[in-house]
Design a protein around this ligand. Structure first.
Ligand code: SAM
Length: 231
């Protein structure tokens, strides 16, 4: 048996590389994107009724991750990156089929576009299907997952004054909550859990068209060093 699917849309996201994307949706409310719907799903009749819906399930392709039958056991970052679990006990991107699922906030519906936030999706992610979140059915009050029982602990994020000023200016230019995006994503502590960097080690990532650099002045504490437009 083999099945093939065509995308119904593609995501234009604030995240232009996988590093520093939150590990699940809803962890960074300022993480925004747009689903550009592809014909014929860009027609108003496909979107009618969405005005009644606050959140969507997105079914998508991990287009930038390897997949296949080799991935029976994976190392979730949540368990420190060195403990293995069965792939079906994990939300890892490395899976038999490269399928992801995220609940995101639907902020607005525009012709041929859905504006979304709280995303964990790389720019260019193909969307295979979109479904409304149904609170009474999808929220399971007594659900448990002992490997991920609550959201990850947050790391405090401080700023060099020049980096904060630059982020503020670019937020106005982009009309995006750049300061919140940086703070919410870095507070998740993107570096691998096993790394213990000294203050001289810098990390970097691209959000929108911005290069963001930071370091750990001491363990468990981040300082944003630079926010600048990509050359
Ligand atoms: N919420 C989804 C799920 O449970 O299926 C994704 C969870 S996965 C652990 C989240 C990570 O996937 C992000 O931190 C990011 O690094 C990665 N990611 C997001 N979009 C991707 C894509 N299109 N291709 C490959 N990796 C992607």
């Amino acid at each position: 048996m083999a099945y093939s699917f065509e995308p119904v849309g593609v995501v234009h996201s604030c995240f232009h590389e996988k590093f520093a994307i939150p590990r699940q949706p809803s962890l960074a409310a300022a993480a925004r994107g747009v689903i550009e719907l592809l014909a014929p799903y860009d027609k108003p009749e496909a979107l009618a009724g969405l005005e009644h819906v606050s959140h969507l399930w997105l079914l998508f392709v991990f287009h930038a991750a390897p997949s296949g039958p080799d991935y029976l056991r994976v190392r979730p970052p949540r368990l420190g990156g060195n403990q293995r679990v069965g792939v079906f006990a994990s939300r890892s991107t490395h899976r038999p089929n490269p399928l992801g699922q995220s609940v995101v906030r639907l902020d607005a519906v525009e012709p041929g576009k859905l504006l979304i936030s709280g995303i964990d999706l790389l720019d260019g992610t193909p969307i295979l299907d979109i479904k409304p979140y149904v609170p009474y059915a999808d929220h399971v009050a007594d659900a448990r997952n002992d490997m991920a029982s609550s959201a990850p602990a947050l790391v405090p994020v401080a700023w060099k004054p020049a980096a904060w000023q630059s982020a503020r200016e670019h937020a106005l230019r982009l009309q995006q909550p750049v300061i919140e995006l940086i703070e919410q994503c870095l507070a998740q502590d993107p570096k691998p859990a096993y790394q213990q960097p000294g203050p001289e080690r810098e990390y970097g990532v691209r959000f929108w068209d911005l290069n963001v650099r930071w370091h750990y002045p001491q363990a468990g504490c981040i300082q944003v060093l630079v926010v600048e437009k990509q050359p």
